[in-house]
Design a protein around this ligand. Sequence first.
Ligand SMILES: NC(=O)C[C@H](N)C(=O)O
Length: 473
Amino acid sequence: MTYKTYATYRQSLQNKETTIPQVVQYFLARIEKNQDLNVFLEVYDQEALANAELIQNKIENGTAGRLAGMVIGIKDVLAYKDHGLQSGSKILDGFKSQFTATAIQRLIDEDCIIIGRQNCDEFAMGSSNENSAFGPTLNYADKTRVPGGSSGASAVAVQADLCHASIGSDTGGSVRQPAGFCGVVGLKPTYSRISRWGLAAYASSFDCIGPVTHSIEDAALLLEIMAGLDQYDSTVSNLPVEDYSSVTSTSKKYKIGYFEDAINSEGISADVKANTLVKLEKLKLAGHTMVPISFPKMKYLLPTYYILTMAEASSNLSRYDGIRYGYRNQNAKNLEDLYKKTRGEGFGKEVKKRIMLGSFILSADYYDAYYTKAQRVRRIIKEETEAFFKEVDFIVSPTTPTPAFKIGVKSTDPMEMFLADIFTVHANVVGLPSISIPNGTSAEGLPIGFQVLGTEFGEKNMLEFALNVQKLV
Ligand SMILES: NC(=O)C[C@H](N)C(=O)O
């Protein structure tokens, strides 16, 4: 299907070149045909078709909302009332949401169509989508490779044309890293820009909801609709939501920082390095001032991120006790046995590992050595990053050090797997907005991503700059 941006599709609806029911039928057929990708855990076909009819009528009588007929898939960590929600885990077997996430409700209120829920790493813990209780999702560019994670299926859904856009979550790169691996756009807003109400908690001081789209324009539009104050999440910023969707490309000149040492380091594959350097050169030729930044503390990003997220996860996931949600072991002898058996059987390996490490990090004897120290380092990195932004307007990097890797090659080596997040975790550690946009392919035809890190609540400028980067030839 030819779909560039929601605006062009909306135009074709207004011009009666297509109808919403036709579009939904098209996606349902694509989903059916591409089942081997293992993207959707559940498809809401009948409901989507019924909504398509209703919203088509609204188009015809002029009452349709801003997203009329946009077909959206949601990652299996987002609540949608009366629909299944399992966070890619067996422990939530049979669980149905009793309310809808604020971000999703705002999209529905604008007449989008939710087509189904998408596979992901269990509780969003992973960088390859291999940690799902429902099996791995395949990258559409090469089915022997991972799509990235944890919102891997959300990225493949857009890449393989199974829906117009997806809504994922990004705790350490979970939207941007798969977007980079799949050649689509992934946006993580400033922490607290979008309400987390209805997002299954992983690491609450890092978690952000974000869109995966074909275009920067659609990412801007979805952000604008999802963002802003919410009575159910007191951490949401009260800064006014800007009109992100009005951004257009400009010829403004900026000061652009880049981590020279990281781009030239050994861990970066030759094709990622080559495409990134070409982009930096084009930015320079376009008249921007390129500023190499030295960031020796970059090596502390991953340890800080993983220590703090595991600590938060061990606390957040204590609620899955076999009593309140989903799966329950039926042969337990007493309450403690019920907890043990349910959690032992319900959680997968990666989640158990992180709960155990997180509990250790928070234990009385080690709290200061790990948790307190990591919080201090987080603060130092935040201050240092703020200092960078006194000198530059944006910081750019590849989204990932390599293109998508083969299924299975990193699943036995956690350090290797964590390294896939080296460029993306920075934004989450310091709470800043960041976007991944496509930056060509490798010699083997695998997508490569380019990442922009912006300033706090500077989404509008960042989106405008991303459009300018995309335009460079
Ligand atoms: N959730 C994320 O943002 C992905 C990250 N790789 C993690 O496992 O924590």
